[in-house]
Design a protein around this ligand. Structure first.
Ligand SMILES: [Zn+2]
Length: 307
């Protein structure tokens, strides 16, 4: 099937549709097929010692060993080496021309978020030769039947152009960047986390007072009091530590350093994608018009969140 140019997702559908069980006796997944297609075992070479599991920075990771360390053992072949290579070529071609191969091609990929529900917007290909940023709640609806948000897709070319223009304007106006940073802090930054932590701290202190009160009134004995107080104290210590950490993070990156970062990032006229990655932590987009049709020009609301 790979040599015929059939995509992996179509193979999954066909195999599952025909009721052919996967190697483990369940349904086929794209990863299983992909692994089989890449495995030299099928043209008669079993490779041992191809991978090594080793500890890096305290974590176990699997790495590919250098090829000269591999131990190749001949085994019965199911397909020829030529067939194997032809399949590899076809798979590589499919990947390159797949509409889903959108890696890094778009200015705002992985940066743009839905202005209505806040979920990431991803790039999708819309039959009619146009790419759109679409709220990922719509993909979830297709998968799970959950309700999707009302935001409409925006053509990639339109949004990329619009946002780039806005960013260039912003880079010339540091006062406006400062203002955006202040808004960001209020909405999502460490400020929100700090507020939550401080609230937890207050609640724990309140619980401490109540416990002492219950002890004074003779409702609990000193053993119960001690146990409960100790628990609270552990939590308090943790929270205090977190408050200190977040306070530090908030201070390290001062507003002025961030403004400078934004302006510097926007100097990279020749590499707009890098400029956006460095300058932006997000762009929130909502489409406000109801225009339909392929050439309809969308009206969009854009909120820029600098890094
Ligand atoms: Zn949404």
């Amino acid at each position: 099937m790979a040599i015929e140019g059939i995509s992996i997702s179509k193979m999954v559908k066909r195999l599952n549709g025909e009721g052919i069980p996967s190697p483990k006796g369940s349904v086929w997944q794209p990863a299983t097929i992909s692994r089989i297609l890449k495995n030299p075992l099928y043209y008669g070479e079993a490779v041992h010692f191809r991978q090594i599991r080793q500890k890096e920075n305290g974590k176990y990771v699997t790495r590919i060993r250098p090829e000269e360390d591999w131990l190749v053992v001949q085994c019965p072949a199911i397909i020829s080496r030529e067939e194997f290579q032809e399949a590899q070529m076809k798979i590589a071609q499919n990947k390159r021309f797949s509409p889903r191969n959108t890696k890094g091609t778009y200015l705002l990929q992985n940066i743009v978020k839905c202005g209505i529900c806040g979920k990431p917007m991803y790039v999708t290909f819309h039959g009619t030769s146009k790419y759109y940023y679409v709220c990922s709640s719509q993909r979830r609806r297709a998968q799970t039947g959950e309700e999707a948000c009302s935001n409409r897709g925006v053509q990639v070319s339109v949004l990329d152009g619009e946002v780039w223009k806005l960013l260039k304007e912003l880079a010339l106006k540091p006062a406006r960047i400062r203002k955006l940073l202040a808004e960001k802090k209020l909405r999502t930054g460490s400020a929100a986390i700090l507020t939550r932590l401080q609230k937890q701290e207050d609640e724990l202190n309140e619980r401490k007072k109540k416990l002492v009160m219950q002890f004074t009134l003779g409702r609990i004995d000193d053993k119960e009091l001690d146990g409960a107080l100790q628990q609270i104290q552990t939590l308090l210590t943790e929270i205090k530590q977190q408050i200190q950490e977040h306070g530090n993070i908030a201070n390290i990156h001062s507003t002025e350093a961030r403004v400078a970062n934004f302006v510097a990032a926007m100097q990279q006229e020749h590499n707009r994608r890098d400029a956006c990655i460095q300058a932006l932590s997000a762009v929130y987009v909502s489409r406000t018009d109801q225009n339909r049709g392929r050439y309809a020009k969308p009206e969009i609301d854009v909120t820029i969140v600098p890094r």
